[in-house]
Write a protein that binds this ligand. Structure first.
Ligand SMILES: C[S@@+](CC[C@H](N)C(=O)[O-])C[C@H]1O[C@@H](n2cnc3c(N)ncnc32)[C@H](O)[C@@H]1O
Length: 285
């Protein structure tokens, strides 16, 4: 299915949905920002360890582009560690809250937030090859119809030798739904690969069980691993590390249980990976 990347119902519906989620998330315990106010961060343990592996000496002077930054909590976690950050998101209330929080934390000289559709990134940030690190985690490319173009955008922004850090739900987990399977397990419901988006009507929100969103219609895409890895390679990037994990930073299925540090996983065996992590580098010229 061909999609106009610059606009259309998919973009309008998804933006309305995310705009409505922002105040819900800002008020939620899930997105507790006290660690930011204490000068620390709120990165989940997978991303925290991943960034530390890439930058063991810290983030002072490191230029980071955070794609789909929501209201900036992860972005500002990186800024609190010394990075100079640009966060991009298409939700105006999200970007406004991110800017407000950057000012509250006193890091607005190093934290800039841009409101834009990801596919317009090259027009609103005319700074090719200007970032040491492109950071994007948890719930990002599933909102994007075209991963090949996403990968080209990442490549465009990376300095020679710069890296993409990516962590997100494993596409294999998206074949399951809820708890309708045997023993309360998620039921195998969806195909792993399909050419059409999932157009959903779901008023619930992962950060607040009491939320009932009026803008409930969303357009979401599952991108199989070979599509993501192929797109990054076709964009001229090299996958340095690919890691599967059995944890995600929210209760993805009712059967998943807390595993510490805000992460959830299967109750016993490592049945199937729930997430994956990529480190990808731009060529050194
Ligand atoms: C699940 S959130 C990412 C959350 C982030 N990991 C965090 O916890 O802060 C997904 C974000 O993608 C943004 N988004 C979705 N589609 C987008 C698009 N086409 N362009 C830019 N941002 C988009 C939404 O506004 C939302 O903030």
């Amino acid at each position: 299915m061909r999609v106009d990347l610059s606009g259309g119902d998919w973009l309008d519906d998804n933006r309305a949905n995310w705009d409505e989620r922002v105040p819900v998330h800002v008020a939620s315990d899930f997105y507790d920002r006290e660690p930011l106010r204490d000068g620390g961060g709120v990165l989940d343990p997978i991303a925290r360890a991943g960034v530390e592996r890439l930058h063991p000496a810290g983030l002072d002077g490191v230029r980071v582009l955070h794609l789909q930054c929501h209201f900036g909590s992860d972005t500002l976690s990186l800024a609190n560690r010394g990075a100079t950050v640009v966060g991009l998101d298409f939700s105006r209330p999200a970007v406004e809250e991110a800017r407000r929080m950057a000012a509250e934390l006193g890091v607005d000289d190093r934290a800039r937030f841009v409101e834009a559709n990801l596919y317009d990134a090259r027009h609103v940030l005319p700074e090719p090859e200007s970032f040491d690190l492109v950071f994007t985690t948890w719930g990002t490319i599933g909102w994007l119809p075209d991963v090949a173009e996403w990968a080209r955008i990442v490549a465009w922004f990376l300095k020679p030798g710069g890296r993409l850090y990516f962590a997100d739900v494993h596409p294999a987990a998206f074949v399951f739904d809820g708890d309708g399977g045997p023993g309360g397990l998620p039921a195998f419901t969806f195909p792993y690969s399909k050419d059409v988006p999932d157009v959903l009507e779901d008023p619930s929100d992962y950060a607040d069980a009491s939320a009932a969103l009026a803008n409930a219609k969303t357009w979401e895409w599952v991108h199989p691993l070979d599509e993501v890895l192929g797109a990054l390679g076709d964009a001229g990037l090299t996958v340095d590390a690919f890691t599967e994990h059995y944890l995600v930073p929210w209760q993805i299925f009712p059967v998943t249980v807390p595993q510490g540090d805000g992460m959830f996983g299967w109750p016993a065996e490592r049945w199937l990976p729930l997430s994956y992590e990529l480190v990808v580098s731009a060529p050194v010229r």
